[in-house]
Design a protein around this ligand. Structure first.
Ligand code: ADP
Length: 319
């Protein structure tokens, strides 16, 4: 393989740039040409493609977002759209593709692989919801952003003796809420995988109040429901002074942590190695600190599992 392409797709995450850098530098190290495809699959369809040099990825390892931009492309979901994308790959002589993104992006990568264009998926999402890897690129940074915010909220919660509901990202996966809640000693954590816990939250708040506890932090993953509604329900049920903070897109940005930069560098380089070995339709990951790769279809069939032992532990530690 002499020419490969790299794109970022779906939701962005901090560390994607470090992954792009690793792909570009590792390819050039192995005497391959590497093309940056801008705006995800839509850019591939539109031919928004540029050859990358060593210097193209200088000074980006520490930056959030993605220098290749990202997009969602409905056109790529259609057979005609993908034919246009393949025509561009042919035009540029690109033989294989590295797709940095989430499971939606991997579905697109699988379709291209079936058409004879080997793709390797690199898991980049703050949700940590890709099976086959312990961590996805961006999760650690988002987690640190969340705990920094909650630490600050806790200060004012203590001063004013209030109950705070903090809504964090995670439509389907509770990892961010769970890890942040555990790292911050939250009184309750609500995750989509265990969404029926409202009564338990109220019970805990009442118990805390009886013990003289004057403030509480409740971390809620957005997939469970709206933080605003939840805050109102808590107020109605307990009469505690309750405030709600929705952290929103602050969680998706910022300079990646060391852990994310290292992970992104390792996974990006591994993806290049796989293409060089003639592999196709794989997703790279890290399990027990070892680099691994799995069949894309296997990853897409499986469902991400939240760590229920950790969930139970968080309850035991916040009695
Ligand atoms: P993420 O990769 O973060 O899960 P999306 O689910 O939005 O993000 O997917 C990103 C893009 O991947 C979509 O906009 C679309 O272009 C492509 N894609 C998603 N699912 C498919 C599919 N079944 N077939 C072809 N392309 C897909």
């Amino acid at each position: 393989m002499k020419k490969i392409g790299v794109l970022t797709s779906g939701g962005d995450s901090p560390g994607m740039n470090a992954a792009i850098r690793a792909v570009v530098r590792k390819s050039i190290f192995h005497d391959m040409e590497v093309y940056g495809i801008y705006n995800g699959y839509q850019g591939l369809i539109d031919g928004n493609i540029k050859k990358m040099e060593i210097g193209s990825v200088g000074d980006i390892i520490q930056r959030g977002g993605t220098i290749l931009y990202t997009a969602r492309s409905d056109e790529f979901r259609t057979e005609e759209g993908r034919e246009k994308a393949i025509a561009q790959l042919k035009k540029f002589g690109i033989e294989g593709l590295i797709v940095i993104g989430g499971d939606g992006s991997f579905r697109g990568a699988e379709k291209l692989t079936q058409k004879g264009y080997p793709c390797i998926g690199v898991p980049g999402t703050i949700d940590n919801d890709i099976p086959g890897t312990d961590f996805t690129i961006g999760f650690d940074t988002a987690l640190n952003t969340v705990i920094e915010a909650i630490d600050k909220i806790r200060d004012t919660a203590t001063s004013h003796e209030r109950t705070y509901v903090v809504e964090v990202m995670g439509r389907h996966a509770g990892d961010l809420a769970l890890w942040a809640g555990l790292a911050d000693g939250a009184e309750s954590i609500l995750i989509p995988e265990h969404a029926d816990d409202f009564e338990d939250v109220i019970e805990r708040l009442k118990r805390g109040k009886d013990r003289g506890k004057k403030h509480s932090i409740i971390v809620l993953a957005e997939g469970v429901g709206s933080g605003m509604d939840f805050g109102q329900r808590i107020k109605d049920a307990t009469n505690l002074e309750t405030r709600v903070t929705v952290l929103g897109h602050t969680q998706r940005g910022g300079s990646p942590t060391a852990a994310d930069r290292v992970l992104a560098s390792r996974l990006g380089a591994k993806a290049v190695d796989l293409l060089l070995e003639g592999k196709a339709g794989r997703v790279v990951g890290i399990q027990n600190n070892k680099l691994v790769d799995h069949d894309i279809l296997e990853i897409l069939d499986e469902e991400h599992q939240v760590d229920f032992q950790m969930y139970e532990l968080s309850k035991q530690l916040s009695i």
